[in-house]
Design a protein around this ligand. Structure first.
Ligand code: SF4
Ligand code: SF4
Length: 468
């Protein structure tokens, strides 16, 4: 049996009778969707390759410094205390994906998921270039280990490893800035064993995924595919087969013999199955293995053109549309999903653009006894914790305000901090016992020199009970 044909027992084309995986060689299906997909893939890949070199100020647009727990995203600096923003950001993405799926099925999988983009946009193209079209690849795989097979496989796998190496290093460039990473690579693995280990591990994983695992990632591993059935409804736009028009399938007849029911538009050529990268037969209805790549639309349109029937036997439409019912693209649930996504994103944007202070400051009481009696003095010790949330280094001015007669020791009235660097500095406050009239507030005034923004943090000076 052809690895990409549906079995007569109705099991998917990617499994043999014992349930083991059959290697899929999807045939080429030139057409309008393939042209658009290639443009989208090329743009996404270029964007990915350019990202490590796009800078906001001194930092890359995306720099995740895990070791120091400092994260730079789109010109903003974040530290571990900003994790709540990540929750909102992931929430916005998740609801956005739910919205898109409810509206247009698995359009993400077919058009923008990195798994599809790199598999179809890079690895399969290399495979086609070296081993030829699907039928030739099948013959090659089924044939003996001739010299022709050996050199093609060697060249293909060498290129796969080379591309995987590049992709792995590009992924690492989000964690180690590209110029620094290039220096480390040129210097050799000695002295950077951990990073080298990561690079090799990632390369191996990427190679394994794109050279061998492939569609199994979508069919077996990806949780999003499993959620498809609960995210779409009968009005969601999906890729489907128009059974009303296509059935009963059969050969296209120029002249219909008397008494024979005219067949539907599907000529049962199997072309839609042969081009499918997950090896399924779309004519069996919506299946969770369908990644919405639209290859079968192009393939069937080509067949319809040849048999001079209208295109669109396989097309983007809703289940209601395929049944000839009233289509309703805009539904209440879409508004709910969109609102959740916008709200979550809005919280992030609001925090980053307006609420977010360029520095964090807290005044804490130093550990140990709350106050100390030192001869004629009552002493309290505080600790100021200051974090620079600027993307660049910044200078801060500190001053302390306390009631008259209070003495203050502020070791660092001028502070210079690198981006996301923090400082813990003690502040000593003392009053004479003979003037002690009870607890009072100590105010530390902070001024960010770059923005002029000021903030006051307050601590409570406490001492022994007042004797009247
Ligand atoms: S490509 Fe079109 S005509 Fe051929 S089997 Fe598929 S649905 Fe039928
Ligand atoms: S059924 Fe069609 S859209 Fe779905 S994965 Fe196969 S070729 Fe792509």
């Amino acid at each position: 049996m052809n690895a990409t044909s549906p079995s007569s027992e109705g099991r998917p084309g990617f499994l043999d009778a014992s349930g083991l995986r059959l290697k899929i060689h999807p045939a080429d299906a030139p057409g309008r969707f393939l042209r658009w997909r290639r443009i989208v893939y090329a743009l996404l890949i270029l964007h990915y390759l350019a990202l490590p070199f796009i800078k906001n100020g001194q930092h890359p647009a995306i720099h995740l410094d895990i070791e120091a727990r400092r994260f730079y995203l789109a010109g903003q600096a974040f530290n571990a205390q900003d994790v709540w923003l990540l929750v909102f950001l992931l929430g916005a993405f998740a609801f956005g994906l739910v919205f898109v799926t409810s509206l247009a099925g698995r359009v993400w999988c077919g058009w923008a998921c990195p798994q599809t983009v790199f598999l179809e946009g890079v690895y399969r193209r290399i495979e086609r270039l070296i081993e030829g079209p699907a039928t030739q690849r099948q013959r090659l795989d089924a044939g003996p280990w001739s010299w022709d097979r050996v050199w093609r496989k060697l060249l293909k796998q060498s290129l796969f490893v080379a591309v995987s190496l590049v992709l792995a290093h590009w992924a690492l460039a989000f964690f180690v800035p590209a110029p620094q990473l290039a220096g480390i690579v040129l210097h050799g693995p000695a002295g950077h064993a951990t990073l080298f280990g990561w690079a090799m591990g990632l390369t191996g994983l990427i190679w394994f995924n794109f050279a061998w695992f492939r569609e199994q990632f979508c069919v077996i591993l990806c949780p999003y595919g499993r959620l498809q059935s609960v995210l779409i409804d009968r009005q969601s736009v999906i890729i489907g087969y128009d059974g009303k028009r296509g059935e009963p399938r059969g050969k296209a007849l120029k002249v219909l013999p008397a008494g024979v029911t005219p067949p539907g538009d599907c000529i049962d050529c199997g072309r839609c199955v042969r081009v499918c990268p997950t090896g399924i037969d779309i004519r069996k209805g919506l299946q969770l293995e369908c990644i919405g790549c639209a290859q079968c639309i192009d393939a069937c349109d080509e067949v319809m053109d040849k048999v001079e029937r209208p295109r669109g036997l396989i097309r983007y439409d809703s289940l209601v549309g395929f049944e000839g019912g009233q289509k309703r693209i805009v539904r209440p649930r879409l508004f709910a999903y969109a609102a959740m996504s916008v709200l979550a994103l809005g919280a992030v944007v609001l925090d980053v653009s307006t609420v977010r202070a360029p520095f964090e400051a807290n005044l804490l009481r130093a550990g140990g006894t709350p106050y100390a009696l030192d001869g004629g003095l009552i002493r309290d010790q505080f600790e100021l914790h200051l974090v620079n949330k600027h993307v660049e280094a910044a200078d801060f001015q500190l001053s302390v305000q306390a009631p008259a007669g209070t003495s203050v020791v502020l070791p660092q009235p001028e502070v210079h901090l690198g981006s996301l660097e923090s400082l813990r500095t003690p502040i000593l406050v003392a009053v004479e016992r003979k003037t002690w009239g009870g607890p009072f507030d100590v105010e530390v005034h902070l001024r960010d020199r770059a923005t002029g923004q000021e903030r006051v943090v307050t601590g409570r000076f406490i001492g022994p009970p007042v004797v009247r």
